[in-house]
Design a protein around this ligand. Structure first.
Ligand code: ATP
Ligand code: MG
Ligand code: FE
Length: 342
């Protein structure tokens, strides 16, 4: 089954073609990051309009790349949520319109299920069951995954997501949006011994996270250095390093607990923050110590992309799931543990 995947939940337009027999045939991405950078964050109305402009040319591009006509498609999957409602509507309406015209099934899928299963697009893919750490711009969750659609939420952030914290720290350090990769780059030059930030919610049992306090801590550190007249490039790098160490350490501690609690030996890490090198290094070490293994998506499938949507859509479409004709879905808030096994 050849499935076209469409992702428009936020600020990237992603399109891909996944063949359940041959694997990924093509994928293309247009990032709106430069457009939103000017405003320091995503402007929803601009995002929807830009998806409208980019989506059809990207669909044509992946069809050309796969040397396939529209009539070679067997089904279409799109991100139905969670995300920005206007942005979601662009993908949903396009998917439903095309599916209607071509007389093929269409299915709205969950964006976070896409992130969760993105490592399945790799050669070295995890088998079920596994623990998943989902760390993105909008989510920080630990999930026990038994099978496609069998998810138990083990813990999540009670306030900011880890990616959001990275973005806010970046802003305070005068770096551009999205800040995660830039904070990571700056942190490389930082002295790990100069400042130490707290590891929130690690001193008590449980698998929930909280990152908003770290934001305040970062701001206080910057202001203190500023007041001392010591906020030079090295000091900014030291703040970035202390911040990154604190986030990474917190994530690693909770992953360790989740593996202990479930007794599982496989850990999947996905979502934008899973691109972070220090996080990967630390998790590798942690897994090696307990004869466990960590799995990640390749770099460009850590953040938003069409391939993960095509993949998840294909699994569910194969199992017979589809939207009712003409009933397009755009669900801005959609808890992942309401998903079911097809
Ligand atoms: P969600 O998937 O929760 O709806 P989103 O789609 O905006 O949110 P993603 O595209 O998965 O999130 O990831 C983007 C986030 O990942 C941003 O917050 C960005 O700063 C962060 N990020 C990307 N690369 C890195 C990195 N190397 N280190 C830390 N954070 C990173
Ligand atoms: Mg994004
Ligand atoms: Fe995402």
């Amino acid at each position: 089954m050849r499935v076209l995947g469409i992702e428009t939940s936020c600020d990237e337009t992603g399109v891909a073609l996944f063949d359940t027999e041959r694997g990924l045939l093509a994928d293309a991405l247009y990032s709106q990051v430069a457009m939103h950078a000017e405003y320091g964050g995503v402007v929803p109305e601009l995002a929807s309009r830009d998806h409208t402009r980019r989506l059809l040319p990207l669909i044509q591009q992946v069809l050309d790349e796969a040397d396939l006509g529209r009539h070679g498609l067997d089904a279409i999957a799109y991100t139905a949520g969670p995300g920005l409602v206007g942005a979601l509507m662009v993908g949903a309406a396009t998917a439903h319109g095309m599916a209607r015209a071509l007389g093929i099934p269409v299915l709205g899928v969950h964006h976070m299920e896409g992130h969760l299963l993105a490592p399945m697009l790799e050669q070295d893919r995890p088998e079920f069951p596994f623990v998943a750490l989902l760390v993105s711009g909008g989510h920080t969750q630990l999930v026990e995954v038994r099978a496609l659609g069998r998810y138990t939420l083990l813990g999540e952030s009670v306030d900011d997501a880890a990616g959001e914290a990275f973005d806010k720290a970046a802003k305070m350090l005068g770096l551009d949006y999205p800040g995660g990769p830039q904070v990571a780059r700056l942190a490389e030059h930082g002295d790990p011994g100069r400042l130490r930030f707290p590891r929130p919610m690690t001193d008590r049992p449980g698998l929930d996270f909280s990152f908003s306090g770290l934001k305040t801590h970062t701001l206080t550190a910057i202001r203190t250095l500023e007041a001392e007249g010591a906020l030079d490039d090295q000091a900014r790098a030291d703040v970035a390093r202390a911040f990154e160490e604190a986030v990474v350490d917190t994530l690693v501690i909770k992953c360790r607990r989740a593996l202990d609690q479930t007794g599982l030996k496989r850990l999947v890490v996905a979502g934008g923050v899973s691109a972070n090198t220090r996080l990967r290094e630390r998790l590798e070490r942690e897994c090696a110590r307990r004869a466990a293994r960590a799995y990640y998506p390749r770099g460009r499938f850590c953040t938003d992309n069409g391939a993960m949507i095509a993949y998840v859509g294909a699994q569910r479409l194969l199992a017979g799931e589809r939207d009712e004709q003409g009933v397009m879905k755009a669900v801005p808030r959609w808890p992942m543990d309401t998903l079911r096994q097809p």
